[in-house]
Design a protein around this ligand. Structure first.
Ligand SMILES: Nc1ncnc2c1ncn2[C@@H]1O[C@H](COP(=O)(O)OP(=O)(O)OP(=O)(O)O)[C@@H](O)[C@H]1O
Ligand SMILES: C[C@@](O)(CCO)CC(=O)[O-]
Length: 459
């Protein structure tokens, strides 16, 4: 890897925002960790990371994190960070190893700095804060340099935290992109010389984001950060030995524009713990668990075949679309049953399934790690129709959040603030304070489909 020992490159943008989407998993969560096939899609909810570089020349330079959604605010002096250990690892270890493992001596050297984060908060909040802060700091040590100017990283997300919608992966993609841009390891969108440069940039973002996911989850498959990076519906099979060697990812460009209802059970859980639960089951009952994982793999394969066999999946309408929804919906039901067998459902997720599916108008499964978090339902009717509105009201009446959405098509994006009418288009106060997703997006001038959009994407 290129190591920049010196100030930020002259051409690197000073103030900018990066953004990445959340995701839903349509088929194959958990099984994907063990090399089985999964299908995932980006959603409209997104994370935004605003990078504000100080022009001050004071000798005491600081790295400051303001992660507003979780109430984290913390600074470290840049000169007090363990640079010699980080540079030791950067010179000694290959980039592949740096981005796929946590180096014990660097993690160890950062521990005392992480213990200074949110010392007076309750244990749960402290864990959330320290997970996010240690992930950022670890990546910073491997991508930044000791001569950096003071800088504040403001994080806002419209994705609920820990709900199975890929909040951690989308923040990991934002951390990776911001640091790669800031320390000139990356061509900006629009400046990529050709398709190879674009692929290389996306590959780099995704690689470093996977490191962020490893720091937050331990053993991620990599599907969440891949979707948040590329912003496309993908089929994904993790590299492994034997029959399926090497990572296999394919963009499903013919995937139909389906209406999806996301319901949040409001039951908190941790992805790392749910993944651990499946591993424990696999250790206890290896053959039975492998049979379930293989059945999930088979269902994902069948879903791919159904999508491919639809003449014009993307533009399917009326009866054809309803037939596809039913075929995929029945497979989602089976996939959900197998996730129940793996032990990762929750009574609230089963309640949501009953509330939606007993209407006869939807097909529901849990999405993401389970144990709480969200479900997704494929709907046979249009947004705003009597049937869909009744389902939304039913869910809300039972204390759940309901959000009807189509899938998004925007992956990781970048906005240089000097292009935002001299930074005036960006409303920092509203960005920090905005409550609703639309307020945060408006503050960040995020209108990706507008002809005069200041946002650029690596695609
Ligand atoms: N908006 C946010 N601001 C700061 N940190 C966040 C934010 N969202 C997620 N995180 C970090 O990610 C962790 C949540 O990760 P977790 O994997 O449990 O949830 P998830 O990514 O939503 O779920 P899944 O991986 O199943 O989609 C939090 O503990 C926190 O450290
Ligand atoms: C549960 C899991 O399969 C999906 C989490 O969104 C974990 C992973 O793939 O890393």
């Amino acid at each position: 890897m290129t190591i920049h020992v010196g100030p930020i490159h002259d051409t690197a943008p000073r103030d900018f925002i990066v953004s990445a989407p959340g995701k839903i998993i349509l088929f194959g969560e958990h099984a994907v960790v063990y090399g089985k096939l999964a299908i995932a899609a980006p959603i409209g909810m997104r994370t935004f990371l605003y990078v504000e570089t100080s022009t001050s020349t004071t000798p005491c330079r600081k790295l400051t994190l303001h992660f507003h959604d979780i109430g984290l605010e913390h600074s470290w002096n840049l000169s007090c960070l363990p640079w010699s250990i980080a540079y030791g690892a950067r010179y000694r270890v290959s980039k592949k190893t740096l981005t796929s493992t946590i180096i014990p001596e660097l993690k160890h050297a950062l521990e005392p700095l992480i213990l200074t984060v949110s010392p007076h908060h309750d244990e749960t909040t402290q864990r959330v804060h320290r997970t996010a802060a240690s992930t950022f700091l670890y990546m910073f040590m491997l991508l930044a340099n000791p001569f950096s100017a003071s800088c504040t990283y403001h994080l806002r997300s419209t994705i609920p935290v820990g709900a199975g919608l890929g909040s951690s992966a989308s923040i990991a993609v934002c951390f990776s992109t911001a640091l790669l841009v800031q320390y000139s390891h990356l061509s900006l969108p629009g400046e990529c010389s050709d398709d190879v440069d674009v692929m290389y940039s996306l590959g780099s973002i995704n690689e470093w984001a996977l490191l962020g996911e490893i720091s937050m989850h331990g053993q991620p498959s990599g599907i969440d950060n891949m979707v948040a990076t590329v912003g496309k519906v993908i089929s994904f099979r993790k590299g492994g030995g034997g029959e399926h060697a090497g990572l296999q990812v394919e963009a499903l460009d013919r995937f139909p524009e389906l209406l999806v209802l996301i319901a949040n059970s409001m039951q908190s859980r941790s992805t790392a713990l749910e993944v651990r639960k499946v591993l424990d089951g696999k250790t206890r009952e290896p053959q039975a668990t492998e049979t379930i994982l293989n059945a999930i793999d088979h269902i994902a394969e069948l879903a791919l075949m159904k999508i491919a066999s639809h003449k014009d999946g993307k533009t399917a309408e009326g009866g054809e679309k309803r037939a596809l929804v039913r075929q995929l919906g029945h497979l989602m039901h089976m996939n959900h049953g197998l996730l129940v067998a793996l032990g990762v459902s929750h009574p609230k997720l089963e309640h949501i399934r009953d509330l939606v599916d007993s209407t006869g108008h939807g097909f529901t499964k849990l999405t993401g790690a389970g144990g709480g978090g969200c479900t997704i339902s494929l709907l046979e009717h249009e947004r705003g129709s009597r049937e869909v509105v009744a389902i939304e009201e039913r869910l809300r009446g039972n204390g759940y959040q309901a959000h009807v959405t189509t899938l998004s098509k925007y992956g990781v994006g970048f906005c240089a603030l000097e292009e935002c009418a001299g930074g005036k288009g960006f409303d920092k106060a509203a960005f920090i304070r905005g409550g609703e997703a639309v307020e945060v997006e408006r503050a960040a001038v995020y209108r990706p489909s507008a002809h005069d959009s200041v946002w650029k994407f690596w695609d």
